[in-house]
Design a protein around this ligand. Structure first.
Ligand SMILES: *Cc1c(COP(=O)(O)O)cnc(C)c1O
Length: 224
């Protein structure tokens, strides 16, 4: 199967209101060009340096989504062009994104990443921590960011019940905050679902999915 066939098959299977982020991490630039030629423009990367390098080499109408853990000292490298940061997991990081967005004269859209899995290894905020950020007075002072929704990764499990429970809880939390509109909060995106679990994510309210291996085939390094 080609990249083109794979992506068309996925897009055709998604409801119209669902946005597909093609996860291009670890793929060489030639594969990204092949993807670009299908007309797709939403690319997701999980490492800052890799995203910066690929951004330099590829056409400028690609929208780059940062889906992996972001260190505060690296925000400056992506601030000029990033389209959406999925992985906000601290207020300190939001402050730095705000600072760099201001420097670049832009407003940077962000998702709060919520820790929904049972495993230890995933980054993200607890529901309580997210609640605290969303309700903080300090947040209202960040004029150059916008929190437009939530992101979560389910447990790496074959158990449908576990995955469904995790997506369902995040959906509930999302729904609870959908009307919490402020100067810089306005939810419209619930980003859940990867190649192996997006079907369950869609059943539980996801409207943005991040899919890599189903488009490109299995990655060489399973840890990335
Ligand atoms: C790698 C990655 C994906 C895509 O994973 P696939 O299983 O290849 O679809 C989605 N989200 C994040 C945060 C990732 O790091």
């Amino acid at each position: 199967m080609s990249i083109k066939n794979n992506i068309f098959e996925i897009i055709n299977s998604l409801p119209a209101h669902v946005t597909l982020i093609a996860v291009t991490k670890t793929q060489p630039v030639e594969k990204l060009e092949e993807l670009y030629d299908t007309g797709h423009r939403l690319f997701g990367e999980n490492k800052v340096q890799e995203m910066v390098d690929k951004h330099e080499k590829l056409p400028k109408d690609i929208q780059w989504h940062l889906i992996g853990h972001l260190q505060t000292n690296k925000v400056k490298f992506i601030a000029p062009f990033v389209s959406l940061i999925h992985s906000v997991d601290s207020f300190k990081l939001l402050q730095e994104i705000n600072k760099q967005a201001t420097k670049n004269n832009r407003i940077i859209n962000c998702l709060l990443q919520i820790y929904i899995a049972e495993e230890e290894s995933k980054f993200g905020l607890s529901y309580a921590e997210a609640e605290q950020i969303l309700n903080s007075i300090e947040l209202t002072e960040l004029k150059s960011i916008k929190i437009i929704g939530l992101m979560g990764m389910a447990s790496n499990s074959n158990c449908k019940e576990i995955i469904t429970k995790e997506f369902h809880q995040l959906n509930n939390f999302y729904n609870k905050h959908q009307n919490l509109t402020t100067n810089n909060i306005n939810f419209s995106i619930l980003c859940m679902g990867m190649s192996n679990d997006y079907v369950f994510a869609l059943q539980n309210g996801s409207n943005m999915v991040r899919i890599g291996s189903k488009i490109f085939g299995e990655r060489q390094n399973a840890f990335r």
